[in-house]
Write a protein that binds this ligand. Structure first.
Ligand code: NAG
Ligand code: NAG
Ligand code: NAG
Length: 392
C-alpha cells in the first residue's frame, strides 16, 4: 500500500485511536462553504465522533465519519465474485446486503451465507427476487433492498449499489474519510434531461416485464402501442449506478409525497428503469433537486461508438481508472488479473487473503488514494460544475 506515513497525524486516546490524513485546505473550504450555503435542512445535523472517556487534547474537531449501506447483487454463478467484492469493500462501520437473484440456486445462496457468516453487519437476502434484465423488477429489487436496509441498519448515510462486475479502486477508509467532509444530503447520480435517441428507444415504447407475474426468468416484451412523452413531469436519464442519501430514499420508499409512487408505476412499463427512476424523482421535486451531484462515482469505459455493454477493464486500463478519481469501477471479468493488482496496490490486501482484518469501528487510515477522490469531489462541487449541472 502506498501510505505515506509522513502525511499522517495521530491522535491517541486511552480507548480509541484515530489516524487520518491532514485534511487539505480544499476540502475544509468546501465543508465550511456548505455550512453556510447549506441545501435544505431535511437531515439531522451530523453527530460528533464518539467522545472518548478522557477528553481529547486535540485542538481539531474532525467531521464525523459517515456510514454506507451497500447493496451488492449478482445472479447464478456470481457467489464467489460477491464474496470477493464484499471483502474488498468491507469495513465494520458499514452495512452490507447481498442478493443472488432467483436464477441462482438455493445451494449457491447457502454457500454465500456460509462464506460471509459471522460478519454481523452483512446480510444476505434469503427470499430472493426474480430480476429481468432491463425490466422494472430491477427497481423493485433495489427498493426491496433499501427497505431492508432502512429497517435493519439504523444510522447509515449513503446507499451504494454495486453489481458482481464492480470493484472498488480505493479502500473504504479513503471513501469514509472524504465523505466525512461532505454535507450528508448530497445525492450522486449521473443524469440529463437531454435524452436524444432514448426518447424513441426508451420513453415511447411500452414494455411488460413477465418477472412481475411469472416465476421463471425470461425477457421483457413490447406492446404495439407507443405512448407520448410525459407532460406532468420531466424525464431524466443517466447511469444506473447511484450513491443516494438516506433521507432521499426514505422519501422514495415511504412516499409521503405521491411523486415516487406515481413514477414507480410509470416506470413499470419503461425499458431499463434503473437508468431513470431515481433521476426523474429527484429532479422533479423541489426539496431534492438541489441535492444532486451529476456523477455516478464509477469509472466505466465505453467503446466508440458504444456497444450494448461497457468495456471489460484490464491491466491496460489501470492508470486511466486511477486518473478518474472514481472510488469504483465497472465492468470486470471474473478474477481478471487487474483485480489482483487493485487488491495489492490500492486496497493493501493480498488476493489470496480471504480473512478480513478487523479494524476498530472508528479507526480509519486513509491512503494516498483519498487524494484522487478528494480531487474528483472538489471538481464536482466547484462553482462551474455543481449548480450548473443539476437537473439540466
Ligand atoms: C444497481 O445495481 C444493479 C446491479 O446489481 C444494476 O442492475 C442496477 O441498474 C443498479 N441501479 C439501480 C438504480 O438499480
Ligand atoms: C434550489 O436552488 C435554486 C437555484 O440555486 C434556488 O432558486 C431554489 O430556491 C433552491 N431550492 C430549494 C428548495 O432550496
Ligand atoms: C466481457 O467479458 C465477458 C466474460 O467475462 C464476456 O461475456 C463479454 O462479452 C465481455 N464484454 C465485452 C464488451 O467485451
Amino acid at each position: 500500500m502506498s501510505t505515506k506515513r509522513s502525511h499522517l497525524r495521530f491522535r491517541l486516546t486511552s480507548n480509541h485511536r484515530l489516524t487520518y490524513l491532514t485534511p487539505s485546505l480544499f476540502l475544509l473550504t468546501i465543508f465550511s462553504l456548505f455550512l453556510f450555503l447549506s441545501l435544505k435542512p431535511h437531515h439531522s445535523p451530523p453527530k460528533p465522533h464518539p467522545t472518548p472517556t478522557t477528553t481529547s487534547t486535540s485542538p481539531t474537531t474532525l467531521p464525523s465519519l459517515p456510514r454506507f449501506a451497500y447493496f451488492i447483487t449478482g445472479s447464478t454463478g456470481d457467489g464467489s465474485r460477491l464474496n470477493r467484492l464484499l471483502r474488498a469493500v468491507y469495513h465494520r462501520r458499514n452495512y452490507y446486503l447481498l442478493h443472488l437473484d432467483l436464477e441462482a440456486s438455493d445451494a449457491e445462496r447457502g454457500d454465500l451465507v456460509k462464506s460471509v457468516g459471522g460478519l454481523e453487519n452483512v446480510m444476505v437476502v434469503g427470499k430472493a427476487n426474480l430480476v429481468t434484465s432491463k425490466g422494472p423488477t430491477m427497481i423493485a429489487c433495489l427498493l426491496h433492498a433499501v427497505a431492508i436496509l432502512l429497517k435493519r441498519g439504523k444510522d447509515w448515510n449513503w446507499f451504494i449499489n454495486l453489481s458482481a462486475q464492480d470493484y472498488p479502486l480505493m479502500p473504504q477508509d479513503d471513501i469514509l474519510h472524504i465523505f466525512s467532509y461532505l454535507p450528508r444530503d448530497l445525492n450522486f447520480l449521473e443524469h440529463t434531461t437531454n435524452i436524444g435517441w432514448k426518447e424513441f428507444q426508451r420513453a415511447r415504447p411500452i414494455i411488460i416485464d413477465p418477472g412481475l407475474y411469472h416465476s421463471k426468468k425470461s425477457g421483457v416484451f413490447w406492446a404495439k402501442e407507443k405512448r407520448s412523452m410525459p407532460a406532468s413531469f420531466k424525464l431524466f436519464m443517466g447511469s444506473a449506478w447511484v450513491v443516494l442519501t438516506r433521507p432521499f430514499l426514505e422519501f422514495c420508499v415511504w412516499g409521503w409525497d405521491n411523486l415516487p409512487r406515481t413514477l414507480l408505476m410509470y416506470y413499470t412499463n419503461f425499458l431499463s428503469s434503473p437508468e431513470g427512476y431515481f433521476h426523474t424523482v429527484i429532479c422533479n421535486h423541489k426539496d431534492y433537486q438541489n441535492t444532486t451531484v451529476n456523477h455516478d462515482m464509477h469509472f466505466i469505459k465505453w467503446d466508440n461508438p458504444p456497444k450494448q455493454f461497457p468495456v471489460n477493464l484490464t491491466i491496460q486500463h489501470f492508470s486511466e481508472m486511477l486518473e478518474s478519481g472514481a472510488p469504483f469501477a465497472h465492468s470486470f471479468s471474473k478474477d481478471d488479473p487487474v483485480l489482483d493488482k487493485i487488491d495489492t496496490e490500492l486496497l493493501g490486501r493480498r488476493s489470496d487473503q480471504s480473512n478480513i482484518i478487523f479494524e476498530k469501528i472508528d479507526a480509519i487510515r486513509p491512503t494516498q488514494s483519498s487524494k484522487r477522490l478528494e480531487k474528483l469531489v472538489s471538481d464536482l462541487l466547484s462553482t462551474q460544475n455543481f449548480r450548473p449541472k443539476q437537473c439540466k
